[in-house]
Design a protein around this ligand. Structure first.
Ligand SMILES: C[S@@+](CC[C@H](N)C(=O)[O-])C[C@H]1O[C@@H](n2cnc3c(N)ncnc32)[C@H](O)[C@@H]1O
Length: 236
C-alpha cells in the first residue's frame, strides 16, 4: 500500500480505505475527540429523512453514516468504491443494499433519489465537480443534497491551534490506533488543501444546485452544506 498523494489516483484512494476498513469507526471516534457522533446527528437533522424516502449515501464506507436515515424509515442505498469498506459494511449490516460505484459515474438512473448525501467523502473524490454533477443527476427535481465535510475553523486563533493539531498531534495518535497511519497523514494534508465554506458553496452552485447554504459545526472544523435541485419548469 502506497500513501496517496494529494493528487490521488482513484485506485490509491480505494486501496487506502480497503486497508483501514476494520478499524475505521474506532479511529474516527478517537481522532475527532468524540465529536464524530455529534456531527452525524447534525447530518441526520439536515437531511430530515422521512419514511419511504429514497436516500443515496454516497462514499458511505461501512454505512455508519447511513444508519440514521434507515432508522428514520427511509430506504437508504450506501454506495462506495472501496470493496474493503463495502465488505466490512455488509458484515455489519447484512440487510442494507450496499452498491459498488464511483462518485464520478454513479450506477443509478436520473432523478431516482429524494435526497443525496455524502459524509467525509467528497474531499477524497478525485473529481469534486463531476461528483457534484452526478449527485444532481440522480436527484429528483426539488430533491435535496447534504454534504458533511471537514472545513476550516472560522476564528483565526482556533484555526492556528487546529492546524497544529492536524499536522503534529494527529499522526502519532493515528499511529497508535490505526492499522494504516499513513492514511491519516493524508487525511490531515487533504483537510488543509480543501476549499473553505464559501468556495465549496460556489462549487455546488456551479454544478447546478440552488438554495445553497451551510452551517458550521465545532467552530468550522466541519461544515454541512445543503442545496436543492431546481424544480422542472412548468410549461405554460
Ligand atoms: C472517510 S470515508 C467516509 C465513510 C462514511 N461516509 C462515514 O461518514 O463514515 C470516505 C469514503 O469515500 C470513499 N470514496 C472516495 N472516493 C470515492 C469515489 N470516487 N467514489 C465512491 N466512493 C469514494 C472511500 O472509499 C471511503 O469509504
Amino acid at each position: 500500500m502506497t500513501r496517496a498523494s494529494l493528487d490521488k489516483q482513484p485506485h490509491e484512494v480505494a486501496a487506502m480505505f480497503d486497508d483501514v476498513a476494520a478499524k475505521y469507526d474506532l479511529t474516527n471516534d478517537v481522532l475527532s475527540l468524540g465529536q464524530a457522533r455529534l456531527w452525524r446527528k447534525a447530518v441526520a437533522q439536515a437531511v430530515g429523512a422521512r419514511p419511504a424516502e429514497r436516500i443515496l449515501d454516497l462514499a458511505a464506507g461501512t454505512a455508519t453514516s447511513s444508519q440514521p436515515f434507515a432508522a428514520a424509515g427511509a430506504y437508504v442505498v450506501p454506495c462506495d468504491f472501496s470493496l474493503g469498506m463495502l465488505r466490512e459494511g455488509k458484515r455489519r449490516h447484512p440487510h442494507m443494499p450496499f452498491t459498488a460505484g464511483d462518485a464520478t459515474k454513479l450506477p443509478f438512473a436520473d432523478g431516482v433519489f429524494d435526497a443525496v448525501t455524502i459524509s467525509f467523502g467528497l474531499r477524497n473524490v478525485h473529481d469534486t465537480d463531476s461528483a457534484l454533477a452526478e449527485l444532481l443527476r440522480v436527484t429528483r427535481p426539488g430533491g435535496r443534497v447534504v454534504i458533511c465535510e471537514f472545513s476550516h475553523p472560522t476564528w483565526a486563533p482556533f484555526r492556528t491551534v487546529y492546524s497544529e493539531y492536524l499536522m503534529r498531534a494527529l499522526p502519532p495518535v493515528a499511529t497508535a490506533v490505526s492499522s494504516n497511519p499513513d492514511a491519516y497523514v493524508y487525511l490531515a494534508e487533504s483537510i488543509r488543501a480543501w476549499p473553505d465554506q464559501p468556495a465549496l458553496a460556489a462549487r455546488l452552485q456551479k454544478a447546478g444546485w440552488s438554495e445553497v447554504a451551510w452551517r458550521d459545526l465545532t467552530g468550522g472544523i466541519v461544515a454541512l452544506h445543503r442545496g436543492r435541485k431546481p424544480a422542472e419548469p412548468v410549461n405554460p
